[in-house]
Ligand binder design. Structure first.
Ligand SMILES: C[S@@+](CC[C@H](N)C(=O)[O-])C[C@H]1O[C@@H](n2cnc3c(N)ncnc32)[C@H](O)[C@@H]1O
Length: 245
């Protein structure tokens, strides 16, 4: 974990572990018992029944879930959800699905969705690998976002990085042809790893013609961390690949 990124709101403060949701393949997260604020608890208790999606309900009919046909974007590991909320609010014509295992983050997101009256955002509190495999139809997504995934910096932990050949192939099958996988990281070695995995991944084309990275697109909101990081001279790397096959 890049500790520079942690703040009082970040999932990652509390180190005690709790029961795990089911998963297959790699385990890219450590589930921590977090203190729940009243607003986060309200999100889980009162908003989850309307807007929460469940693994056990299986394959989604996205038009039925949102009651319309619209561009669809999934964000994996939204943390406390600030970026996802901002995108949903500024892109009312796009439907968003957030996937996060960390309960306080899910509660916070749901509380905000309700307070802002957003209708274009739904959420899973499950392992994204399970959700992609069991719930999201093939060729159903216009975009999949992975912003600041845990970098797992120690070599012995690299196998826990979510960006692996099997993961990106799973993502490819859930994207529509022409749909995009957008990753961002503040950990240079993870950015290089992402670029290496994607260079070998069949069926994707890099949207950048000049090396693996692109400038931050406007639709990815600047995080609190990035504001601070920019002042301290820290880098952030964005990578966007389009499904070509
Ligand atoms: C370093 S945090 C970044 C959070 C947020 N994207 C941000 O930029 O602040 C990574 C997040 O990914 C979540 N995560 C990691 N693996 C996941 C998985 N397989 N499924 C769902 N969430 C996952 C973690 O719980 C954590 O909240």
């Amino acid at each position: 974990m890049n500790n520079d990124r942690l703040n009082a709101d970040d999932p990652g403060q509390d180190t005690s572990t709790v029961a795990e949701p089911p998963r297959r393949g790699i385990k890219s997260y450590v589930l921590r018992a977090g203190r729940m604020t009243a607003a986060q608890q309200r999100g889980l208790d009162e908003v989850w029944p309307q807007l929460g999606l469940k693994l056990e309900d299986g394959l989604l009919d996205l038009d039925a879930v949102f009651g319309r046909r619209a561009p669809r974007v999934v964000e994996i590991g939204f943390g406390m959800g600030a970026s996802l909320i901002e995108q949903a609010e500024t892109h009312p014509d796009t439907d968003f699905i957030g996937i996060e295992v960390h309960a306080p983050g899910v509660g916070k997101l749901l509380d905000e969705v309700d307070k802002r009256g957003l209708t274009n955002l739904r959420v899973y509190r499950d392992d994204a690998l399970e959700v992609l495999t069991r719930c999201l139809p093939e060729a159903s997504l216009d975009g999949l976002q992975l912003f600041f995934p845990d970098p797992w910096p120690k070599k012995k932990h690299h196998k826990r990085r979510i960006v692996q050949p099997a993961f990106v192939e799973l993502v490819r099958t859930r994207l529509k042809p022409g749909g995009t996988l957008h990753m961002a990281t503040d950990w240079e070695a993870y950015a290089e790893h992402m670029a290496e995995v994607m260079a070998e991944a069949p069926g994707f084309r890099n949207t950048s013609s000049e090396g693996p990275y692109v400038p931050r697109p406007e639709f990815r909101p600047l995080t609190k961390f990035e504001h601070r990081g920019a002042r301290l001279g820290h880098g952030v790397w964005d990578l966007i690949y389009r499904r070509s096959e």
